[in-house]
Design a binder for this molecule. Structure first.
Ligand SMILES: [Cu+2]
Length: 113
């Protein structure tokens, strides 16, 4: 019985230390100002090159961008800034003017309303 207890401690210690080294990716949802399928492509392609970003998926219907990222390499603020640099609002971070002006007409805010 004593050995079983030791084994359990050993197993738990191994599991916890393994987790400490391989940091889990985290996921955030960002409300963007995207309008259409073209925006989806622009944002997903643009975000693919952002440091620490693992996966991006934009829901065109709700304009919500889901980002999976490595918390050791980036953070939600940096990710919102990256979205703004592509030309879209990201939560309370406003799109960078120059990037926004370069967007296709149909991708401008309110283009489909
Ligand atoms: Cu668009």
């Amino acid at each position: 019985m004593k050995n079983l207890g030791l084994l359990l401690i050993f197993v738990l210690a191994t599991v916890f230390s393994a987790n400490a080294f391989a940091a889990e990716n985290e996921t955030i949802k960002i409300q963007t100002s995207s309008q259409c399928d073209m925006c989806k492509e622009t944002i997903e392609k643009g975000m693919a090159f952002v440091k620490g970003v693992k996966k991006t998926s934009l829901d065109v219907e709700s304009s919500v961008l889901t980002v999976e990222y490595n918390p050791n390499k980036t953070n939600p603020d940096e990710i919102r800034k990256a979205v703004a640099a592509i030309g879209y609002d990201a939560d309370d971070v406003v799109a960078e003017t120059e990037a926004y002006n370069n967007l296709n007409k149909c991708c401008k805010k309110g283009a489909h309303k």
